[in-house]
Design a protein around this ligand. Structure first.
Ligand SMILES: [Fe+2]
Ligand SMILES: [Fe+2]
Length: 465
């Protein structure tokens, strides 16, 4: 067995803070929901200001804080369906839907017309327009239900309180009962959801247009979409210029300064693992073609790492990096990820960006720089023909090579809707052609020792150190 190359362990348990990890990972949720980067952070700051003006008890403030950072964790679960309904880029559809007034028929018609099959003939577009239009409310309820229910489940799996989960579960309800998915009305809607709804809409209109227009929209919809009492509270800090400046310039730092118990929670090892697993689930939920891919790549990576002598924190880092390696896919539309035919050059460019997004998202988290490097390199190849940087063998350490091999191995062995998993002899025949040209031969050999004689793979998910 070869000597394991020494890689500086930059993962420092002491600096990790739970809210800071969630705050940085919320960039991935902004991406998949079509928001401007930092949306969840700014929404959280606006929501916390409302909570403090209302004098909510500390536990409710903590629940709201986490709910606002995680509010879009269910968004990847309706991505494939949104794509199927409209036949176009679901990230763009979501973006436009945020600034559409769903009570205004002309705006709704304009929305459906502009997002239905944008690349197809006028006849195909008209057909889709009618189909979506006829089932308008049912469609909205369905996608809202998926988003809100899944988001609430993820919050619970991360140990958030029931009020946090309930806040996410009713985020799309409206004061007048015309929201989704359960058409709750007035005080039937949890208070935290009413706050979150105002905060997220204020942020969207502020960042899409400007603060004056954002306030105009919120006030126009008071008593219709929004609880009038919350709107009144929001109006009370309209002219607090230092508040708006601080959350606009550096929301990440502003979040750390919020006076709330949530900001001082330490990130224990177990909690970090549960966050990594939750975000792996969010990534895997995005596409029906890749269900559990992140967990399988994690399993294979840990197996190869263990066989090559990894232990302790190095194995922990490898496990987390492989779970999160495709987090950047949240920034790629399902119209491309799930496209059955050949990708055009522009679509290829989008696909090739996902490891870069993984790198950038993870780089924002103090103590995750090593995870970012490993995850960002999972499509690099020893011959320099990989992406996104085109690194070569001397720049790819063993951890990066392991995840790259595990990723290809899963692509070859996983069942696809259009084909069964390949037999093992075929899989290793394909891998052998790339050994030491594109992929590390020792990593391939480690998998061969474990799996060559296997008939079929039934990975045990997840993930022991
Ligand atoms: Fe990937
Ligand atoms: Fe992958």
């Amino acid at each position: 067995m070869r000597q394991i190359d020494r890689v500086e362990e930059s993962f420092d348990q002491a600096v990790l803070n739970f809210s800071q990890i969630l705050s940085s990972l919320s960039y991935a949720l902004d991406l998949t929901s079509g928001y401007t980067m930092g949306h969840a952070q700014r929404t959280c700051l606006i929501g916390m200001r409302i909570a403090q003006e209302l004098g909510l008890p500390p536990t409710s403030q903590t629940d709201l804080y986490f709910a606002l950072l995680l509010k879009d964790s269910g968004c990847s679960s309706n991505a494939a369906r949104m794509c199927e309904i409209f036949g176009g880029d679901e990230i763009a559809s979501k973006q436009l839907s945020r600034v559409t007034d769903w009570d205004n028929l002309i705006e709704v018609v304009k929305y459906v017309a502009s997002v239905s099959l944008p690349k197809r003939s006028i006849i195909a577009r008209a057909g889709r327009f009618l189909k979506v239009g006829l089932n308008g409310k049912g469609t909205t309820d369905e996608v809202s239900h998926t988003r809100c229910t899944r988001g609430a489940q993820i919050a619970q799996s991360l140990g958030m309180g029931p009020d946090s989960a309930a806040c996410i579960g009713s985020l799309e309800e409206r004061w007048n009962g015309a929201g989704s998915p359960n058409h709750l009305k007035h005080e039937e809607i949890p208070l935290l959801s009413r706050i979150a709804s105002v905060a997220q809409n204020l942020e969207v209109f502020w960042k899409t247009f400007d603060l004056d227009l954002a306030y105009e929209v919120i006030n126009k919809r008071s008593g219709r979409w929004f609880d009038p009492q919350i709107v009144q509270v929001v109006n009370s800090f309209r002219h607090d210029t230092s508040f708006w400046t601080s959350i606009s310039e550096d929301p990440k730092s502003a979040l750390r300064r919020v006076n709330c118990e949530a900001t001082v929670e330490k990130a224990t090892d177990d909690r970090i693992d549960s966050v990594c697993s939750a975000f792996a689930e969010i990534v895997d939920a995005k596409s029906p073609f890749t269900g559990e891919h992140s967990f399988r790549v994690c399993q294979y990576s840990v197996e190869i790492g263990s066989d090559l002598g990894f232990t302790g924190r190095r194995l922990t880092t490898l496990r987390r990096a492989s779970l999160l390696h495709d987090i950047g896919k949240l920034g790629v539309s399902n119209a491309i990820l799930d496209k059955p035919g050949k990708l055009d050059p522009e679509e290829w460019l989008s696909i090739r960006k996902h490891p870069q997004y993984s790198f950038e998202i993870l780089s924002h988290i103090d103590g995750f720089s090593r995870l970012a490097e490993i995850a960002g390199a999972h499509h690099e190849r020893l011959d320099g023909k990989g992406y996104f940087r085109g690194l070569t063998a001397d720049q790819l350490d063993l951890d990066m090579r392991i995840v790259a091999v595990a990723d290809v191995f899963d692509a070859l062995t996983a069942k696809r809707p259009y084909r069964d998993s390949l037999p093992m002899d075929k899989v290793f025949e394909i891998l052998a052609k790339d050994a030491d040209i594109a992929l590390d031969s020792e990593c391939i050999e480690a998998l061969k020792q474990r799996y060559f004689d296997s008939e079929a793979l039934e990975p045990t998910l997840p993930i022991a150190a």
